[in-house]
Design a protein around this ligand. Structure first.
Ligand code: CUA
Length: 334
């Protein structure tokens, strides 16, 4: 098993196949820049010395005027073509490393990455989400990123991958972890007060250990209540309703009451299958689609009398099957 390649004074340890091409590009561009910076500074110093004001000028009190420089086509072509070639080479080096980071290997395992202020969540296909990223060593992965609020940037320095998570669209990163160990996810796009705390851990595990993780987490059955027990769709929805604090606005069990007075949000119990009057004078038939839309985009259809109430959008707070569980729960409220 490969150990993480040791970090250098410039770079953290390399733990994925994406690191080598990126480091190659980095070092090439770095040393290229160093060589030319030294060259340009050296020539500048040389010319300062060589063409400085001479003693003879000081005596006569006037500077000697040089002859006008004749145009030299060959020289001009040379200093245009050579840097252009350099730029083509630099572009090629950078672009080939970049392509390596966005092209997924055949049969790569997909993981959904959800970014929001200010945390990361990872879904492995079981519906449940983990706050940390668990990966199997030497297995190709494709991460599908999305954001539910503002632009974040998914950055794993040890893998040399960085990609923006943009609201309303999907972006991708692909890599194969090559060393067992721990790496770190950072947010690399300033996204508000807790931007610097938007962190997650990456665990690159041996196949057996990773299988254990998936068995215990990624494919776990629906659990709810304390202590957690396997439960039905409606029960799960109920625990999510509590967990996401929906009752603080809609009342316990969605009864529309809070401490004896009407709750800030509309009543949910008993509305399913009936018509709901809306603020604009129309009515809507309460079905799965309406409930779903109201959770994801609360302002799409405003219940009559609630124009001044702002419900936070829950788009991204629920996985699809969690959303279905909540809908099932609301449907069950009589
Ligand atoms: Cu998310 Cu910075």
């Amino acid at each position: 098993m490969m150990q993480p390649q040791a970090s250098s004074w410039q770079l953290p340890p390399a733990m994925a196949d994406t690191a080598a091409p990126m480091d190659g590009a980095f070092h090439f561009i770095f040393w290229f820049s160093v060589v030319f910076a030294v060259l340009v500074i050296a020539v500048t110093l040389l010319f300062i010395q060589k063409y400085r004001r001479q003693k003879s000028d000081q005596r006569s009190g006037k500077a000697e005027k040089g002859a006008p420089t004749p145009s030299r086509n060959k020289l001009e072509i040379l200093w245009t073509v050579v840097p252009t070639l350099f730029i083509i080479v630099l572009f090629h080096v950078g672009f080939s490393a970049y392509i390596h980071n966005v092209t997924a290997a055949e049969g790569a395992t997909e993981i959904r990455v959800f970014a929001k202020k200010w945390s990361w969540e990872f879904e492995y296909g079981g519906g449940a989400r983990s706050p940390d990223l668990h990966l199997e060593v030497n297995k190709p992965y494709k991460l599908i990123l999305s954001s539910e609020d503002v632009i974040h940037s998914f950055f794993i320095p040890e893998f040399r991958v960085k990609r923006d998570a943009v609201p309303g669209q999907y972006s991708f990163v692909a890599f194969t972890p090559t060393a067992v160990g721990e790496a770190h996810v950072f947010c690399a796009e300033y996204c508000g007060t807790n931007h610097s705390a938007m962190l997650a851990k990456v665990f690159v595990e041996e196949p057996a250990k990773h299988e254990e993780f998936l068995a215990s987490f990624g494919r776990k059955p629906k659990l709810c209540g304390t202590p957690p027990v396997e439960c039905t769709e409606e029960k799960w929805g109920e625990s999510l309703f509590t967990e996401k604090a929906c009752f603080t606005c809609h009342g316990t069990g969605g009864d529309g009451k809070l401490g004896g007075s009407p709750s800030p949000g509309p009543k949910l119990a008993g509305i399913f299958g009936h018509d709901q009057p809306l603020q604009d004078g129309s009515t809507v038939h309460v079905d799965e689609n309406y409930v779903r839309e109201s959770i994801l985009k609360p302002n799409a259809k405003i219940v009559a009398g609630y124009a001044n109430v702002q419900m936070p959008p829950f788009a991204g707070s629920f996985t699809d099957d969690q959303l279905e569980a909540v809908i099932a729960y609301i449907k069950s409220l009589k």
